[in-house]
Design a protein around this ligand. Structure first.
Ligand code: GDP
Length: 284
């Protein structure tokens, strides 16, 4: 991931999405199911204006299933349809198409009533980097049209990917920026790999992660690192993890950088199980 967001980039990203809005019936707003709020673009409502929208919680395989349910309920309460999918495995895509059909039913009924020829729904995927936009497009297309990875600035002629499922998708997603309003959001984005590792101090990110695990998933923390509750002295925690995992230098000193890497890798690779880092506002 190489994106650094500056005002110029944001304006351009916004313009690109705005230009394509008129081409589509519906926006697929892709978010990371582990961060249904923090991985949303802060200006999404303003950018997509009144366009119908389906929120898609991707990477459901990595998120806490109970929390995913709560988030979907939360979005529905806000009047926004939401579904969860696993783009990598292709799970949930039928549900996604059905939800879009439901949202657009009235519009398409009206079109039919006016004698217009039936056509497929047209959609565009938007989301911040790394939420899985390319993966989802590839899954829907069932062939490698969209390149996985972020390629800001690479433009090409717009193409529609036609699917068997009554859906046409713009082949290039709208890439939006994440919000960095508060440190917590930054830590969450860093911990899940949504932003470059060089943006924040990774040791702070790891410590934030440990504290979050202590708060919400303490038995998993205990199982893996031996702490149910974390002492105030984080050096002690790092030392114990370092010893358990052999991150000790020859002089017997704990290697803090290695321990930091271990913690972050453990979170990202699912060693603590399926985790969600955003709590629905009513539960926070
Ligand atoms: P984009 O920047 O939004 O286009 O994101 P990509 O499609 O490049 O995906 C970013 C990373 O997330 C890649 O390593 C994908 O393999 C991974 N990924 C995408 N969707 C899923 C998913 O549903 N589950 C899991 N576990 N990983 C996913």
């Amino acid at each position: 991931m190489t994106i650094q967001w500056f005002p110029g980039h944001m304006a351009k990203a916004r313009r690109q999405v705005t230009e394509k809005l008129k081409l589509v019936d519906i926006i697929f707003e892709l978010v990371d199911a582990r961060l249904p709020l923090s991985s949303r673009n802060p200006m999404i409502d303003e950018i997509i204006n009144q366009k119908p929208r389906l929120v898609i919680l991707n990477k459901e395989d990595m998120a806490d299933p109970q929390m995913t349910k709560e988030w979907i309920r939360y979005f529905k309460e806000q009047g926004v349809e939401a579904v969860s999918v696993n783009s990598q495995a292709g799970n949930g895509l039928d549900k996604m198409v059905k939800a879009a059909e439901g949202i657009l039913q009235e519009k398409f009924d009206r079109m039919r009533a006016r004698g217009m020829k039936p056509r497929a729904m047209r959609a565009m995927i938007v989301g911040i980097p790394n939420v899985g936009k390319s993966t989802l497009i590839n899954r829907i297309a069932k062939k490698n049209i969209a390149k996985t990875g972020n390629m800001p600035g690479v433009t090409k002629a717009q193409q529609w990917i036609k699917t068997a499922k009554n859906l046409e998708l713009l082949d290039t997603p709208g890439i939006l920026w994440p919000k960095f309003e508060d440190p917590e959001t930054g830590y969450k984005l860093a911990l899940t790999g949504a932003i470059k590792d060089s943006i924040l101090n990774l040791q702070d990110v790891a410590i934030w992660g440990l504290r979050y695990l202590e708060d919400k998933y303490s038995s998993r923390l205990e199982e893996r690192y031996g702490f149910k509750e974390l002492p105030d002295d984080m050096a002690h925690v790092f030392h114990q993890i370092g010893e358990r995992r052999g991150a000790i230098s020859t002089g017997g000193e704990v290697d803090y950088d290695k321990v930091t890497d271990i913690i972050i890798r453990d979170v990202r690779s699912g060693q603590f199980g399926r985790l969600t880092f955003d709590i629905t506002p009513e539960k926070a």
